[in-house]
Write a protein that binds this ligand. Sequence first.
Ligand SMILES: Nc1ncnc2c1ncn2[C@@H]1O[C@H](COP(=O)(O)OP(=O)(O)O)[C@@H](O)[C@H]1O
Ligand SMILES: [Mg+2]
Length: 314
Amino acid sequence: MKPLFSEYSQTERALVFDGENISPILPYRYKSKGLGDDIPAATGSISVSGAQPKLGVCLKNGQLHISEPGEQSTHILKPCAGARFALNYDMPANELFCMNMVASLFKIPAAPAALCFFNDGVPAYLTRRFDLLPNGYKRHVEDIASLSETEVQGDSLKKYQGSYEQLAAIIAETSDAPLLDLRTFFKLVLVNYLLCNGDAHAKNFSMMDNDDGAWRLAPAYDILNTRLHVTDSTFAMGAGLFADGKVCPKGGMKAHFTEWAECIGLTAKYAVKEINRTVAYLEELLGQLKKSYLTKKAQSVFQYHVRHRFLSLK
Ligand SMILES: Nc1ncnc2c1ncn2[C@@H]1O[C@H](COP(=O)(O)OP(=O)(O)O)[C@@H](O)[C@H]1O
Ligand SMILES: [Mg+2]
């Protein structure tokens, strides 16, 4: 494989690398059965379950480096998953595209991200850590699953148990600006639905202490169109939107989301306005998709599924 580009745009440099001119090529090979042998074994990898291993990365002399044990990482690397997933090489570009749309089109704070490549051309997703301040101070971050009283440590399926209504209740209880964070959460759940992210579980939303010391919803992360790679359910949370497991009446997704907004403490007026504003972005989104790094095949599957979701909210 060949890397898709050899340098970052000005915007990416500014958002992801503090303006530094960083090479997008990692000084390591990637092997299809996992990562290449030339990556240090005990790296600063973050232990989370998921399709891909996560590796801590830091910048040295214009190069991306997998962090050594004990070395503070500034970025997180998600190499593309193995061939057991359909269109696996498209996974990093898929996540980059979705994250960029969340931030630029839907205007929801999201972790800055870029693509990078192993030196044999295999792509990886790279995100800048939002929990790290320039002075090295680490912000306190807790995912919603760990804020839930019912969380059982070590049970990896627990994060799918419950509903978005219950996640909203945890946000409302713990946030220092509950109304603002509930609105952001509403938009995020809506956008996850529209982008066909079937893995928006309780560990993919977090609370964080922000610059003013207030406890707030953290920027969005881990959003991709999972339909490209697996056949999963519409909502990651087992019960769906509502705690009582209420399902959407046929053709009634707009009413379903509006009712859910009221149920979590927002108004129907707010929900309808947000839904209308968001679904109006379909053509813009599909235009941006054509300019993305996804392959033509992946773009066509992406478009097919996402168009259906947008139309269900008209
Ligand atoms: N940009 C980021 N800054 C800080 N922490 C992050 C960032 N992106 C992800 N994380 C943390 O790393 C964990 C794993 O990342 P995630 O993208 O969710 O990977 P996976 O696809 O394996 O679930 C997340 O649950 C979150 O706690
Ligand atoms: Mg995750």
